[in-house]
Ligand binder design. Structure first.
Ligand code: ADP
Ligand code: MG
Length: 447
């Protein structure tokens, strides 16, 4: 053992090399979620993995810890092929995942279920974890008696009770209110920084940029569809970190900009055709963000009512949504050509102004016209022109081949929602058929 010790120190606690992961979706389509991922969690570091929703963060965490197997490539533990679960890792999930019929103490003890330990040792370990995480007076309480913050503490205590070298957090703070989350973040940081504690590394999955910059020694930004390692940033800022400092804000804006420019490049993805107006919507088969129409309308009226809101960060703050959610919403409004996004600025287009000023029928007509321009919708509209009713399965299959890195069912649902609002299509979930709504000529008229 002692001979391998120094080698163990150098090899990462968990590592993925060239990992690709493909899922088969509900309708039987292969969806490549991760593409050639190289990532390693080293002793002593706090690594944050940042990326928008659906980019594959949880899948990376599951591969790293051995919960799922990569489709190709390798998962390693201290330089050796990982078999089963990584014995050094414990995971805290976003949703508290506590057993409602067990007390705090019993819920924490679940973390030792697979261990061969005497009853007395188990009890001691549970008590220690409960103390560490500040649940001292709650041993016998049931989850329903606890606040969200306290429940997440139980989740953390359960992860710590086995004395892991590596703690993995999957958006562990995102369901908590701001103050509770900040408090827990600080406590975990000080636990990780305590010299001589078993806990050596933290691997943290988040879509909160400030959270990553506040905590991590290294930040990996994941690009979506398929998930790829984009930016890797060392974060040398000393602890405790001053979130107001210029250095902190600079790092936040580097990451903001990196995500913004990859999600919404300023130059259209293809060169414009001479003599035709530049239209991002027309230029290629582009995916659509999975956002409901109501939220797009909400964003537009917010921009209308508060003209001082001119960039994505301010809008994020104003609507109280994560940056990642906001950027999806802004992107939806942009591909519909209601707004424009030079750099991180957001401004109305003329069309957007007209849309907001229009009455409901006028809005519907403009929306329909914009949806018509999206090549993705031609998949459905062309079929509807030919047949009265079209099976959803057939459409989903076409979406899957047009957009291999998106979940075709989710894209389908969003398209139906947009198409419904525009009066272009409707869907009967019972029959599984998409059809042109009765008494609505707009689809025929434009066809
Ligand atoms: P994130 O954690 O960044 O939100 P995930 O890793 O959970 O992303 O998911 C990435 C993509 O993989 C999503 O499109 C999701 O729908 C898909 N996905 C995740 N798990 C499965 C699964 N078990 N079967 C099919 N698709 C999945
Ligand atoms: Mg996730």
């Amino acid at each position: 053992m002692s001979m391998t010790h120094s080698a163990d120190k150098k090899s990462p606690i968990a590592e993925l090399r060239g990992v690709t992961k493909t899922y088969v979706t509900g309708s039987g389509h292969e969806l490549k979620v991760l593409d050639l991922i190289d990532v390693a969690v080293h002793e002593g570091e706090l690594l944050a993995l940042l990326g928008q929703s659906g980019s594959g963060k949880s899948t990376i965490l599951r591969c790293l810890t051995g919960l799922v197997e990569p489709t190709s490539g390798q998962a390693l533990h201290k330089g050796k092929h990982l078999h089963g679960i990584n014995a050094d890792a414990s995971i805290v999930f976003q949703t508290f995942a506590l057993y409602p019929w067990l007390t705090v103490e019993q819920n924490v003890a679940v973390g030792l279920m697979s261990r061969q330990m005497s009853r007395a040792d188990k009890e001691q370990a549970v008590n220690r974890a409960i103390e560490i995480i500040g649940l001292g007076n709650y041993h016998a309480a049931y989850p329903r008696e606890l606040s969200g913050g306290m429940r997440q503490r139980v989740g953390i205590a359960r992860a710590l009770v086995s004395r892991p070298r590596m703690l993995c957090l999957d958006e562990a703070f995102s369901a908590l209110d701001v103050l509770t989350a900040e408090n827990l973040r600080q406590e975990l940081l000080s636990l990780w920084r305590t010299p001589g504690s078993d806990l050596s590394a933290i691997f943290m999955v988040t879509h909160n940029i400030e959270e990553a910059v506040e905590m991590a020694t290294r930040i990996v930004v994941l690009f979506p569809r398929p998930g790829r390692v984009g930016l890797v940033l060392e974060n040398p800022l000393p602890y405790p970190r001053d979130t107001k400092s210029a250095e902190f804000q600079r790092m936040v804006s580097i990451i903001h900009e990196c995500i913004t420019t990859t999600t919404m490049p300023d130059v259209p993805p293809e060169a414009p055709v001479p003599g035709q107006p530049i239209s991002r919507a027309r230029s290629r088969m582009e995916s659509i963000p999975l956002v409901p129409v109501g939220q797009i309308l909400g964003l537009l009226s917010l921009l209308h009512d508060s003209p001082e809101l001119s960039n994505i960060y301010d809008i994020s703050d104003e609507i109280g949504r994560e940056f990642g959610d906001t950027i999806a919403l802004v992107k939806a409004a942009e591909i519909l050509e209601f707004i424009d996004t030079p750099k991180d600025q957001v401004c109305f287009t003329d069309l957007g102004r007209r849309f907001v000023a229009a009455d409901p029928a006028g809005r519907k007509a403009i929306f329909a016209e914009q949806v018509f321009k999206l090549r993705l919708f031609h998949i459905i509209l062309a079929l509807l022109r030919e047949y009265e009713e079209v099976e959803a399965d057939r459409i989903i299959k076409d979406i899957a081949s047009a957009l291999p890195y998106d979940n075709p069912e989710k894209i389908f649902q969003t398209m139906i929602a947009w198409g419904r609002y525009a009066g272009l299509m409707d869907f009967n979930a019972k029959t599984g058929l998409v059809f042109v709504p009765e008494g609505d000529e707009s689809a025929d008229a434009t066809a």
